[in-house]
Design a protein around this ligand. Structure first.
Ligand code: PGA
Length: 227
């Protein structure tokens, strides 16, 4: 299975969410063996879930961009997996922006992964090379087969310039050695112009896409070039 996963980050009004799905439905071509996932901000997940059925995009899955490290309980402001698991198949965890701006630790991220796996939601665990080993060491190795790992070099995120295939290859190979059963994605300035060369790198099973997922026609083009 290959993946094209959109991460809208903290963007879009409710009206823009509806417009995005309306427009995407008009240009999206389903590709064989390609799972298309949209990482939607928390407040829009339920409406997005209804919307994908309404506009006949049922083959498209939803992801949250984070999840609480705790189950239901006295954790003010937290979104527990039980609240949203009916509308998502995936959840992005440990994104470098969460680590940088919200000071998430490896252990906290490992707890989020556990919450997801206990609730049959697939984690999309973001890592960068310097701490990949440490982050994976905080997890139960028996969970590796249920993970999607997104290798996202910090300097490539939002910069417009992805790493070169020859830079991506050795790092993805080393992640594959640590977690051979996990699917591995690349993220960081992926666009329609460069997606083909990135997904051709050995062990890369797809991409996690920020900026280029915000416009439905651009993301549809990226999807078309991803299988
Ligand atoms: P970008 O973001 O595609 O805008 O570089 C990727 C990400 O942060 O997941």
């Amino acid at each position: 299975m290959k993946y094209a996963i959109a991460n809208w980050k903290s963007n879009k009004t409710l009206e823009e969410v509806h417009q995005w799905f309306d427009q995407f439905a008009g240009v999206y071509q389903q590709q064989p063996e390609l799972e298309v996932v949209i990482g939607v901000p928390f407040p829009y997940l339920f409406q997005a879930h209804q919307k994908v059925t309404e506009v006949s995009l049922s083959s498209v899955s939803l992801a949250s961009q984070d999840i609480s490290a705790f189950p239901f309980g006295a954790y003010t402001g937290a979104v527990s997996i039980s609240m949203i698991k009916d509308v998502i198949k995936y959840a992005i965890v440990g994104h470098s922006e969460r680590r940088q701006y919200f000071h998430e630790t490896h252990q906290e991220i490992a707890n989020k992964v556990s919450q997801l796996l206990e609730n049959q939601v697939t984690p999309i665990l973001c890592i960068d090379e310097p701490y990949a080993k440490e982050q994976l060491a905080a997890l139960d190795p028996n969970s590796f087969s249920k993970l999607i790992i997104a290798y996202e070099p910090l300097e490539a995120i939002g910069s417009g310039t992805p790493q070169k295939p020859e830079e991506i290859a050795p790092i993805v190979a080393s992640i594959n050695q640590l977690a051979p059963e996990a699917s591995i994605l690349y993220g960081g300035s992926v666009k329609p112009e460069n997606v083909a060369e990135i997904i051709n790198v050995e062990h890369v099973a797809g991409t996690l896409v920020g900026g280029a997922s915000l416009k439905p026609d651009v993301f549809a083009e990226l999807v078309r070039l991803s299988s």
